[in-house]
Design a protein around this ligand. Structure first.
Ligand code: ATP
Ligand code: MG
Length: 555
């Protein structure tokens, strides 16, 4: 897919820059997460973009933690972010922290004060907001705007030294209170915050604002293409203003549209609420749109990269359909996952003419798509578990599975014919009785019969038990953030179903954490980390296409 597509607008810009010899043809991008949460699929798309461009154009990509806000940040997040990026298949050239630039940024601020381009303001946050003006009205100059350079230098130093309380003073850029772009009406560069920082400890009590930290950090690292999401487009003039006035390396900002996924939310603030209020079991809950949740669910890094590559970059925001991501996951797992048999909703099938105590083993391909996956043998005996839904007491038209008088093939084994069943007092089917045709053995079938349906099964006496967790969309509506009221009122109450007594073939009992399987006819599954020595737990990653549903629709 990726080979044939035309250049996206960022690639066009980059190829142009290379052709013009800008920065000596050097390409240097960065991925700048704020360590205040786990990465989600939107971040994954930004990672694929930034690291992907560096790879494609022989450049470099930095991982820079944008850790300028002490209150919400934590090293737990730093570790998870690094882990997720590596798992996605990328390696950064430098691991950097905006907090390492605090001294340099402070000196930049001093430079601007000396140039008469920054001042210490005693106004409160409310006063600053009230004098901002609006899109139709200019703002008002602060009464502190014309302090002398000396006074500003001294006050700023005192701010750093901890002489003032939170909110008592700010450092503002002196630009233009009537500027048509409100972000350029004397933006705040520094605020006072007596807070402990996860890396710098209590060294600082003033912290730079995003606008004063981000572009300068890019410039310090000589980033050539600073790619961010569209909401920063109005910040670009300010990004350029600081760089120009400081006369430092001219990094440039480029914007692309944020990627959203249907039936979920993407903002870290909202994801944190889901975690803190126990709507999910943690950041890596398999229903979460986080990289760690998707990994636990069984999505592969390759599928996620393919998805990000397919949606590409756009200039307008939109919601990408979850089914496209699921398609990429199926595509990858189809090639790599071994096929096994597991019965999720079991009912017993008794082969009345198969000798009691007899058993045999059938060799079967682990993956018909991949010969190198090898073979395994599956035990067969007189009593088997089959899916309850594969039997109908009164079969519907075009139901090609089991029902009185109907024949079906047992996958890799024999053709059986249903000649009876047992029910309990409540009317539930408790046993299905069949007879088998010995001459219909798979691979050596001389019965001359053709049957339309094939069903999976697990031998009762060889079966092991596992827990299976089935997942559905986390939200009932496709864009919960755009709905009225609290987004949490749109949570799907049936997003997880736990099946405690699933029968699996004995070979599968050796499955390990993170391994992927196709449970024939039931979907792709992986081993969950909640598994214990006594009991395996499987997550359903994604369903297969349901052929019966398709048949039913046609009928
Ligand atoms: P959130 O709103 O989810 O908290 P954020 O933008 O605050 O996200 P950052 O940690 O600042 O999160 O993001 C790191 C990088 O990932 C930024 O360059 C940001 O633009 C990009 N990014 C974040 N969310 C998305 C998204 N949904 N689609 C594409 N890129 C994104
Ligand atoms: Mg951000």
């Amino acid at each position: 897919m990726s080979e044939e597509r035309s250049l996206n607008f960022l690639e066009e810009i980059i190829e142009n820059d290379i052709a013009e010899g800008k920065n000596g043809g050097r390409i240097h991008t960065r991925f700048p997460p704020e360590p205040n949460g786990y990465l989600h699929i939107g971040h994954a798309s930004s990672i694929c973009l930034n690291f992907g461009l560096a790879q494609k154009y022989n450049g470099k990509c930095n991982l820079r933690f944008d850790d300028t806000n002490p209150v919400t940040e934590d090293t737990e997040y730093v570790e998870s972010i690094k882990n997720d990026i590596k798992w996605l298949g990328f390696q950064w050239d430098n691991e950097l922290y905006a907090s390492d630039y605090f001294e340099q940024l402070y000196q930049f601020a001093v430079t601007l004060i000396k140039k008469g381009l920054a001042y210490v303001d005693d106004s409160t946050a409310e006063e600053i907001a009230a004098t901002k003006g609006s899109t139709v009205e200019p703002g008002k100059n602060s009464p502190y705007r014309d302090r002398t350079v000396e006074e500003n230098l001294q006050l700023f130093e005192e701010m750093r030294a901890g002489k003032y309380q939170d909110g008592e003073k700010t450092l503002r850029a002196k630009i233009d209170m009537a500027h048509p772009n409100l972000l350029l009406r004397d933006p705040i560069m520094y605020r006072i915050k007596h807070a402990h920082h996860h890396r710098t400890g209590d060294k600082w009590c003033i912290y730079p604002m995003y606008d004063f930290a981000h572009g300068q950090s890019d410039s310090i690292e000589h980033i050539t293409h600073s790619i961010c999401t569209l909401e920063f487009i109005h910040h670009r003039p300010l990004y350029d203003w600081f760089i120009e006035k400081l006369e430092i390396f001219p990094s440039h900002q480029y914007e692309f549209a944020r990627r959203n996924l249907s039936y979920t939310v993407m903002s870290k603030r909202k994801l944190l609420q889901l975690v803190n209020e126990n709507h999910v079991a943690g950041w890596d809950d398999p229903r979460m749109p986080t990289v760690s949740g998707m990994r636990r669910r069984g999505y592969t890094a390759k599928a996620i990269r393919e998805f990000c590559d397919t949606i590409g970059v756009a200039k307008r925001e939109n919601v990408v359909d979850l089914s496209l991501l699921e398609f990429c996951v199926r595509e990858d797992l189809n090639k790599t996952a071994n096929r096994v048999m597991a019965v999720l909703d079991p009912v017993k099938l008794v082969i009345t003419n198969y000798p009691e105590g007899q058993e045999e083993y059938f060799e079967t391909d682990n993956n018909p798509e991949d010969e190198s996956a090898g073979k395994r043998s599956v035990p067969f005996s007189r009593e088997l578990w089959i899916e309850r839904e594969d039997f109908m007491e009164e079969p519907a038209k075009k139901f090609f599975r089991l029902g009185p008088g109907l024949m079906v093939r047992l996958k890799s084994a024999y053709i059986v014919k249903c000649d009876g069943f047992k029910k309990d007092e409540a009317g539930n089917i408790t046993e299905v009785h069949c007879s088998y045709l010995p001459e219909s053995k798979s691979g050596n079938d001389t019965s001359g019969l053709t049957v339309k349906g094939t069903i999976h099964w697990v031998s009762v006496k060889h079966a092991k038990t596992a827990e299976v967790r089935l997942y559905d969309r986390l939200f009932k509506v496709d864009d919960p953030s755009s709905e009225e009221g609290d987004f949490k009122s749109y949570i799907n109450p049936d997003s997880m179903q736990v099946l405690p007594g699933v029968y699996i073939e004995p070979e599968l009992a050796k499955a390990k954490d993170g391994e992927h399987y196709q449970f024939m006819r039931k979907g792709y599954f992986c081993v969950d980390k909640d598994s214990t020595a006594d009991k395996l737990v499987f997550n359903r990653t994604v369903t297969l296409k349901d052929t019966w549903a398709k048949e039913a629709k046609k009928a």
